[in-house]
Design a protein around this ligand. Structure first.
Ligand SMILES: Cc1cc2nc3c(=O)[nH]c(=O)nc-3n(C[C@H](O)[C@H](O)[C@H](O)COP(=O)(O)O)c2cc1C
Ligand SMILES: O=C(O)C(=O)c1ccccc1
Length: 419
């Protein structure tokens, strides 16, 4: 393989698998261990030690008895890869096309709220790590840092990378319009609207600790800094700013963004009017809703159960993925998340028809352990693992991943509840 082939296929940087060589040479030449473990099981333990108990539990925790979280992992274990040999596998090309644009990898950073609760580097740090690796950063509405700060060219490198915006959909169209206008202004390309978290789930770890960050102002930065939200808050509360009255402002904001069953399928038309660009609905788990999404004119869906954090007992998203792809794959871009921990997991979801995958907790554990560098390390490791695993399976490009490389087995094996 010539260096230029690899460089082109990974956006001018070395092939993603180079990270494996870097880790070995750092160890052999300089005697340095990786900044955080490369073992997904141990990473969770390291994060538990490094982070505040509330922060760690917030990330780690699932809903209920965490049965959906565990099922997400079992679903991956039940698919096995069938490797092929003596075929061309280099230069490997991880690029994909989404909504008419080429991305360097089929991996995106899942929207994750309140990142200052995990490490002071927070969203700016993770977004910079993503930009460095060519991974789109999906900025959550529940960010702890304001949208304009996350992507400010002065304060971070995040503005150099691809960025999408995730919406927790306010009831008030004027506030929604204002937030979406701001997301557009800072360069967000795609709108991801999360459907499954219109209200908080039953999360025992957070309930037992009495931990609800956005009730006390963390994770409300995008709302609190929104000019329309500020004006409406002042009108209701005697000219107060959200900073004057954080508790009432948090209450007002959460009643807007986590507003129960208020929206209907018809309201997707409103989003269309307010957002000039691709719209993706996140949290789809049924063929019926995937068809509704197609009928209502969106561009894509994320097949997701929110990492097992919302409806405990919900089906693993991987289980539903093939049927949903068969039903709407010709019409919609189908993305996937929930439970991805390794390169092999990514291959399985891509082979079952996802066009790209989102990763949540692992990168946040990296952030918790070692800030921006830790997040970068975990993401670089996942990409290297994907790159290497594709090669080992005899696969050169993401397009080649299809169901012929998979076999479903009925012995998933034991899994730790979260991994
Ligand atoms: C701590 C945490 C916060 C999250 N916050 C959001 C959010 O603000 N918006 C959203 O759409 N999804 C949110 N999610 C869900 C992720 O986007 C994603 O669906 C999930 O983490 C995928 O599962 P995984 O963690 O097993 O990769 C959050 C997940 C975690 C772990
Ligand atoms: O915790 C979550 O999963 C989540 O989606 C969220 C919602 C609101 C604020 C922060 C995170």
């Amino acid at each position: 393989m010539s260096a230029s082939d690899g460089d082109e296929a990974s956006g001018g940087r070395p092939p993603y698998s180079q990270y494996q060589l870097d880790l070995y040479s750092n160890a052999i030449i300089a005697g340095n261990k990786p900044i955080a473990t490369t073992d997904p099981n141990k990473l969770e333990d390291a994060a538990r030690k490094a982070m505040s108990p509330e922060g760690f539990n917030y990330v780690f925790g699932g809903a209920g008895e965490q049965s959906t979280m565990a099922a997400n992992r079992l679903a991956f274990r039940q698919w096995k890869l069938i490797p092929r040999f003596l075929r061309p596998t280099v230069p490997r090309d991880l690029r994909i096309d989404l909504f008419g644009k080429t991305y360097d990898t089929p991996v995106l950073m899942a929207p994750v709220g309140v990142q200052s609760a995990y490490h002071p580097d927070a969203e700016r740090g993770v977004a910079s790590a993503c930009a460095d690796l060519g991974v789109p950063f999906i900025c959550s509405t529940a960010s702890s840092q304001n949208l304009e700060d996350v992507f400010s060219p002065e304060s971070s490198d995040a503005a150099k990378g691809p960025r999408w915006f995730q919406l927790y959909w306010p009831l008030d169209d004027e506030i929604t319009a204002s937030i979406l206008g701001r997301a557009k202004s800072v360069g967000c390309e795609v709108l991801v609207v999360t459907l499954d978290t219109f209200t908080m789930a039953w999360r025992p770890l957070d309930l037992d600790a009495g931990y609800l960050p956005f009730a006390t102002g963390t994770g409300n930065a995008i709302g609190f800094n929104d000019p329309v939200f500020r004006r409406k808050f002042a009108e209701r509360f005697d000219g107060d700013t959200p900073e004057d009255n954080v508790v009432m402002a948090s209450r007002y904001w959460t009643s807007e963004a986590f507003s129960g069953h208020a929206h209907k399928w018809e309201d997707v038309q409103t989003l269309r009017k307010l957002w000039d660009g691709p719209i993706v609905l996140k949290g789809i788990l049924s063929v019926e809703d995937a068809l509704m999404a197609a009928r209502n004119g969106v561009d894509g869906i994320v097949v997701s159960n929110h990492g097992g954090r919302q409806l405990d007992g919900a089906v693993p998203s991987l289980e539903m993925l093939p049927e949903i792809v068969d039903a709407v794959g010709g019409r919609l871009t189908v993305l996937f998340d929930s439970g991805i921990r390794t390169g092999a997991d990514m291959m399985k979801a891509l082979a079952l028809g996802a066009q790209a995958v989102l990763v949540g907790r692992p990168v946040i554990y990296g952030l918790g352990v070692a800030g921006t560098e830790g997040a970068r390390h975990v993401l670089a490791g996942l990409l290297a693992d994907l790159d290497q695993s594709m090669g080992l399976a005899g696969v050169q490009t993401v397009k080649e991943l299809n169901r012929s490389i998979l076999r479903k087995v009925n012995y998933g094996g034991d899994v730790k509840s979260s991994l």
